[in-house]
Design a protein. Structure first.
Length: 199
């Protein structure tokens, strides 16, 4: 019961923060991804914007947060539970591939980066029993410019939870395999959105 109350409190806090920032006309909307499922239905949005001085003051964030990226997520129609959430390296979302949304490529990453240290690795998305997920977080792993380079980028929601390649070598055998080190065993791609300038 306490666990359910905690989830309710987290959801309420997230929604309150959305409203508070919206009222201050500081919703990060420099870039946006309209998220669609494999059937082509739009199920939500993910927006990106730089953390401004006003956001730092309103949310009492450390000054060091400036020039980081504030990401706001609101999607629905997903299976309850945790889902992997990542920025992928190509701005294409084709649900009809042999493997859904394979056109978006792998995680946004610098050479030599492995999961969960890819630039595009994001916190997991917690979907509630009604299929809705609301989340907000800050990252300094990439810039807005990185997201709209020559081949663009996309946001992918995966089918299952991301284990963040948490396979401690002193506790498990065998060691983490290539799939774990690539996407944290987060399964197939169930939703995608191309990141572009906000309308």
């Amino acid at each position: 019961m306490k666990w359910l109350l905690s989830l309710s409190a987290i959801t309420f806090l997230s929604l309150w923060l959305f409203v508070a920032i919206s009222d201050a006309q500081e919703v990060p909307s420099e870039l946006v991804a309209f998220i669609t499922n494999t059937e082509g239905d739009e199920i939500g949005t993910i927006s990106f914007g730089e953390v401004t001085d006003e956001i730092i003051r309103n949310m009492d964030l450390p000054k060091e947060t400036s020039r980081s990226i504030l990401i706001m997520v609101r999607v629905e129609g997903l299976t309850p539970g945790f889902h992997g959430l990542h920025i992928h390296s190509v701005g294409v979302c084709e649900p009809s591939d042999e493997r859904a949304f394979a056109s978006s490529g792998g995680h946004l990453a610098l050479e030599g980066q492995r999961h969960p240290d890819h630039a595009g690795d994001l916190p997991s998305l917690l979907v509630l029993e009604d299929g809705v997920a609301v989340s907000m977080f800050v990252t300094d792993r990439f810039t807005l410019e990185d997201l709209v380079d020559l081949d663009g980028s996309a946001v992918i929601v995966h089918a299952t939870a991301d284990n963040f390649a948490n396979i401690p070598v002193d506790r498990y055998d065998p060691l983490a395999d290539e799939i774990t080190l690539t996407n944290g065993d987060s399964g197939g791609r169930v939703a995608c959105g191309v990141i572009a300038e906000a309308p």
